[in-house]
Design a protein around this ligand. Sequence first.
Ligand code: ADP
Ligand code: ZN
Length: 613
Amino acid sequence: MGNNNFQTALDILQNIFGYDNFREQQAEIISDVIANKDCFVLIPTGGGKSLCFQIPALLREGTAIVVSPLIALMQDQVDSLKANGVRAEYYNSSLNADSAEQVLKRLHLGELDLLYVSPERLLNKTFKQQLLGLPISLFAIDEAHCISQWGHDFRPEYAQIGELRKDFASVPFIALTATADQTTRQDILHKLQLVNPQTHITSFDRPNIRYIVLEKKQPAKQLINFLEARDAEHESGIIYCLSRKRVAEVALILQNGGYKAKAYHAGLDAETRQIVQRQFIRDEINIVVATVAFGMGIDKPDVRFVVHYDLPKNIEGYYQETGRAGRDGLSSEALLLFGTQDIMTAKYFIGNITDEEQKRIETFKLSCMVDFAEAVTCRRSVLLNYFGEQHDKKCGNCDVCLNPPTFFDAKVAAQKVLSCVYRLADSNGHGFGIKYVIDILRGMDNEKIRHNQHQKISTYGIGNEFSADEWASIVRQLIHLGYLYQDIQNFSVLKLTTKAGEMLKGQIELELARPRNKATRTGKTKKISGIQKAQKEDLTDAQLDIFEELRELRKDIADSEDKPAYQIFGDASLVEMAMQLPTNDTEFLKINGVAEVKLEKYGGEFLDLLKTL
Ligand code: ADP
Ligand code: ZN
């Protein structure tokens, strides 16, 4: 953008929002919108999409119209903007007639820089007619994937937004989403009828999230251990379970353990759900145990951990849910408890799907999820590669990187498995599943084996050096490496690939990851390279005490203003305060997230408190 415009945009960033620098792509996007260009913005959750239209809204003539799918999201953004002194309102069904009229009046008087509207209101004929007569600075379509049936949150009301493009030919449109997949992307561009859109895509990586996968053994105990290690009493977190029943169970366990936890699922009445959501946002409870029904519309920036108590159905869902951690860029953890029983359950549900095509897709997606959970390479690489983003470095912030598996010469073990599969297929032409093959290797005695006369084959009992779990790990690795495949269409029996032949002939050397008997936790989150932000983990004990005091003050102020605490200041700002101990207004302004309006409103109280610490 021109130097002048850039300087003005930067001024707004610093003086209104209190941030020092633009993040990746923000300046470019803002520049395009100011230059009247349509934009398509694909930035992961927490990447800073909002400023991309909020700053142009303040720079351009007229009012910016922001379309948002959820009332809670609109309220949250408008409140945050107002807290920084920006003239923003929303217009949706939650307003009573009087308030709605007030908002429209201010719109007509040109007193609004941003107006958030629901798609229903926007498409209302009279409203649209009114807009046509007003100076509009831009249209921002937030959560733009809602326009696509391919996306995971299709909203029929979104489908007609594209019509507006023609009516407001000279106004730039900016579509924003965090949804990655190609089909949805294409669909958004097509349905919104964007004109030569400038595409802005940033990496999907969320470097501040630590991915951890634990083999699910005693999940309740594993969960409690995890929470204790994190000192989770003071932190916000979400625990996802697959069924309502499980949600209720886990919530109860946590409540009995003294945690401020509540259950959330679609079976609860709307009021209860709303209360839980509000208590979570207001830090009155710390943990929500939920089905996937919980999350959309939760913009809480300081969620410090997300636990998957059960295996998610696919990587898309997993990534979206874990992505709710650490929007503020501070270090956060995503824990997945992964058990083989969960795979069976998921397969059972897929088995009930009648549409064959759908069944095939779901099966494929599940197998990718399982691959991720079983990966012995960097988790982040697996995830990013799944979304089509090349990543082959070790991230240093996942369980595999932090605690790499050791490898062993597995040639003989592999040959034992493969020849066992070969013999079994040989004797009846059909083949058997993983468990049966392992039973044969370990020389188990059961009725099925006796019935099949398999105690007589040459590979019976040749594998006593490993436990059943260890063999299972070896077999899974052989599947991943392409020596075996599981015939999903046919009772998941194991079959040999052509590569297996070479292995059996002894032509290939092979190392496999040593099966882990016990997956170990990786300890408290430490500073991560690549994130410049001050982290809570960097605080000394004394600073941590100050942080807690600041947090209490923040909570008091938030309660008295009837707002969520993060709208006063984010955790990152408090961490900086605890480190830098500002003593006057100028120093206080230097804290990230502090600008004029907040200095004026809260500076006094915080500085007073800091003086006493
Ligand atoms: P998204 O909509 O992409 O999920 P948000 O717009 O909600 O992300 O921004 C996530 C967080 O990052 C917010 O707390 C926001 O204030 C902060 N943020 C955005 N841009 C910057 C920046 N340039 N510098 C510092 N913090 C920023
Ligand atoms: Zn890694």
